[in-house]
Design a protein around this ligand. Structure first.
Ligand SMILES: NC(=O)c1ccc[n+]([C@@H]2O[C@H](COP(=O)([O-])OP(=O)(O)OC[C@H]3O[C@@H](n4cnc5c(N)ncnc54)[C@H](O)[C@@H]3O)[C@@H](O)[C@H]2O)c1
Length: 252
């Protein structure tokens, strides 16, 4: 896929899957803006190794002013934004615990980052995309929402909200040639997955693999291909969809 002359903004890109997407976009010719609460220097360096131009922006997606500054920096440096990947989320450091033992503050924080964060980024980026003649927004949901993952009701609920947000926003912005889709991945072995599942990580990976038609654990590159496809013109007539990248666990 060719992303030459395309500007891609990815949130939550300091590590993990966000970094993988950034590197793949950079390797495909995109100019990449990588943002996170944390410093994105390593991701910027990885993008540069691929010959891609990258800009890091420390951003809190729950704070609209911070998000607006990120989008201004992106437009200031590259002149446009063609793709927004809403990847930032609270996941790794969340409690993996029964629904009635979750703390209210953690519930609220999860909704603020995983749901409101996408709303904030969308309302900051859509005017820039409109001005540029269109664009593609890719939201990161999770198979947890479709499968109904237990012991993480705040996370599961937030990722279900991402699917509704994707559908509603797709209807609102399609007239501007802006597409909005989501990916819903099964467990991918990232640092965050290890933090979330803790000592039962291996058990969860084994159990997950056993339910997949394709009996191997998903790797970050399994997701990147779908994200890049949704971001590219190859999917130009696809909007409002949630694509399960789950090795064949749930069929709709
Ligand atoms: N790894 C998996 O098994 C898996 C499965 C399904 C979905 N996902 C989703 O994929 C995405 C990436 O997952 P990952 O495993 O790479 O996790 P990760 O924790 O490594 O990545 C999330 C990033 O978001 C950043 N972030 C958190 N709060 C933020 C805020 N307020 N503002 C800006 N950035 C913030 C974090 O600093 C982190 O770098 C997440 O949306 C996650 O929910 C992951």
């Amino acid at each position: 896929m060719d992303f030459n002359n395309r500007v891609v903004l990815i949130t939550g890109a300091a590590r993990g899957l966000g970094r993988e997407y950034a590197v793949r976009f950079a390797a495909s010719g995109a100019s990449v803006v990588v943002s996170d609460l944390k410093d994105c220097r390593e991701t910027v360096a990885s993008c540069a190794e691929q010959g891609g131009e990258a800009l890091g922006a420390v951003t809190d997606v729950t704070d609209l002013d911070s998000v607006n500054r990120m989008v201004e920096a992106a437009a200031g440096r590259f002149g446009r934004v063609d793709v927004l990947v809403n990847n930032a989320a609270l996941f790794g450091n969340l409690s993996f615990a029964p629904f009635d033992s979750l703390h209210e503050s953690e519930w609220d924080a999860t909704m603020a980052v995983n749901v409101k964060g996408i709303w904030n980024c969308s309302r900051a980026v859509v005017p820039v995309m409109r001005e540029g003649g269109g664009g593609s927004i890719v939201n990161v949901s999770s198979l947890a929402a479709i499968y109904g993952m237990p012991n993480g009701l705040h996370y599961t609920t937030s990722k279900a909200a991402v699917i509704g947000l994707t559908r509603g926003l797709a209807r609102e912005v399609g007239r501007y040639d802006i597409r909005v889709n989501a990916v819903a991945p099964n467990i991918v072995e990232t640092e965050a997955a290890g933090e979330f599942f803790g000592e039962v990580t291996q058990k969860m990976l084994d159990a997950t693999r056993a339910q997949q038609a394709i009996r191997r654990t998903l790797e970050p590159k399994d997701l990147a291909g779908t994200v890049l496809w949704l971001a590219s013109d190859l999917s130009r007539h696809v909007t409002g969809q949630t694509i399960m990248v789950d090795g064949g666990t749930v069929f709709l």
